[in-house]
Design a binder for this molecule. Sequence first.
Ligand SMILES: [Zn+2]
Length: 206
Amino acid sequence: MDQTIFYPRGGGQPHDTGKIIKGDEVYNIVYVGKFSGDISHEVDHAGLQAGDEVSCVLNWERRYKLMRSHTVAHVLAALLNKGTGALITGNQLEEDHVRFDFSLEKYDRAVLEAYVAKANELFGTDVPVKWYELPREEAMKIPGVVKMAGAFPPDLPSLRIVEIVGVDRQADGGAHVRNLREVGKIELVKTENKGKNNRRIYFKLN
Ligand SMILES: [Zn+2]
């Protein structure tokens, strides 16, 4: 399990679900977390031992939605950041919707609708998404490499960069689709105004 396929909760992306199978016995995964650098899998009943030979089955339907949503969140953050200087103040990906908070001086639903429309235009085009490691020093020179307000990338000699070609480069540990065409279209569900540092939008995948 040190090469696990299951994503542990982190960076606004929820943990994966799925099954660990030993012989005829199925253990459902209820939580996957990272503790002091190690990934821990919690299952619904006892019986697994160190050294057991097991098969792992990922709930791919859920994971793929989360990957699409995660890439959407990066695109929206990049467009808003480029257009308005907004920083992300919080986000939570869920299977059926995404909550996204950011700082913005002037708040206007029509403006946000326009950004969603701009993002949807991109999701109709062939834009590759790549990820790779860069030495920390080099990574920190990328403008906007961290768009989370008050956040710093982990203190590691190299950082994982997620690049949406021509749109965004961001230090990130999350799971993403390989091309913006995979996203489909998104829909603005609602907007909430919780103060200038906390404009909140909810969107979902169509
Ligand atoms: Zn991310």
